[in-house]
Design a protein around this ligand. Structure first.
Ligand code: NCD
Ligand code: ZN
Length: 351
């Protein structure tokens, strides 16, 4: 080893990564954000929680065309489409979706988060559909929070594991599941201990911040997302999981753009906008854990392997160079504040 290994890593080159959990929205919002993701990632799993939601293969195909058309000139970014599970989704729809290249189905418990009103009211109602997914090998992506108003907001993920996830996996042991944006030690430990049919995505904000970030020096709405940031022990457990090298954990930003006036509001919308500097944020988290060597597996290999998709070719490079995030970004007629707006980042993705 050369003496250079004792100084800070000057740069980092990774196989082109993918984002396995992304909100792209539609129309002017889509046009405003797609370039950010296309610059960072080769592919992304696009969430179906539009208004109205993407509940059919036909809607998914049309949405895919709008995304492709909104890409910056010359971009080869590939959206991977999902369906939004409802009480009325049919087994036939699952077959059509599979044939059309839809990669997964998203389960939102009704009322759990942004645009989830049409979500599932009772998982038992979807049993036939889940069976069809198990048969077709189509993964179920779960927003893992119970919606029971009597359960404390910070406990909703742990309670979801006991009340829904464990019974679901007992009923349908072959169903592939991604536990999306895990936020707790319970979530990380559950996935790690389970068989290879379940994996989890982890966001940059849940690796970098605990719940204090929402309340430091005043109410900070740009740190508010769902599932909400948790206590420090949970953040540490997520860092341990993401940097462990386990193929069960992979990158999913959950980048969720909302106009600034709807975030800075009496009833502020949930979602952190991280797509603009996603890899930089993850690099910061992995570097703080002394695990930059584990970033490529997490960002570029584990997700593709779980979904049975080819790994990307080509590379992206980051440099250890301080730069300042813009205060705000254009967002149709409104403005969009990236997470850490106006602050300095230690890593920079090179063009
Ligand atoms: C997401 C959104 O805005 O669509 N918000 C969020 O806080 N993560 C929905 C979601 O993934 O829960
Ligand atoms: Zn999401």
């Amino acid at each position: 080893m050369s003496a250079a290994t004792s100084s800070p890593t000057p740069g980092l080159t990774l196989t082109r990564p993918d984002d396995w959990h992304l909100h792209l929205r539609d129309s002017a919002a889509l046009a405003a954000v797609i370039g950010h993701t296309a610059r960072q990632f080769a592919r992304a799993i696009v969430m179906p929680n539009l208004k109205p939601p993407i509940t059919t293969t036909a809607l998914a195909r049309a949405y895919r065309e709008r995304i492709l058309a909104a890409r910056p000139a010359g971009s080869d970014f590939e959206p991977l489409m999902t369906l939004y599970l409802t009480d009325n989704t049919s087994a036939d729809e699952i077959h059509r979706a599979r044939e059309a290249g839809v990669v997964a189905v998203k389960y939102y418990p009704a009322g759990a988060t942004t645009n989830s009103d049409a979500g599932v009211t009772d998982l038992a109602k979807t049993h036939k559909v889940l069976e069809a997914m198990q048969r077709e090998g189509l993964p179920l992506l779960v927003h893992g929070e119970v919606t029971d108003a009597e359960v404390d907001l910070f406990d909703r993920e742990a309670v979801f594991i006991d009340r829904q996830l464990i019974p679901l996996r007992r009923d349908l042991p072959e169903l592939k599941i991604v536990f999306e944006h895990i936020t707790t030690r319970e979530g990380a430990q559950y996935v790690l201990a389970a068989d290879a049919r379940i994996a989890a995505t982890v966001t940059p904000q849940h690796l970098l911040y605990n719940r204090n970030a929402i309340f430091t020096g005043g109410l900070r709405p740009h740190f508010y997302c769902l599932p909400v940031l948790k206590a420090e022990v949970h953040r540490q457990a997520l860092v341990t999981a993401a940097t462990s090298g386990s193929p069960k954990f992979f990158l999913g930003t959950d980048s969720a753009p909302h106009a600034v006036h709807l975030k800075e509001h009496a009833s502020g919308h949930a979602g952190c906008y991280t797509a603009f500097s996603a890899l930089e944020l993850y690099a910061e988290a992995f570097e703080a854990a002394g695990a930059l060597d584990k970033l490529e597996g997490f960002a570029s290999f584990h997700g593709a392997d779980f979904y049975g998709l080819p790994r990307n070719t080509g590379t992206v490079s980051l440099r250890r160079e301080a730069w300042t995030l813009p205060e705000s970004l254009p967002f149709g007629d409104a403005a969009l504040k990236p997470l850490r707006a106006g602050e300095t980042l230690a890593w920079r993705l090179l063009d």
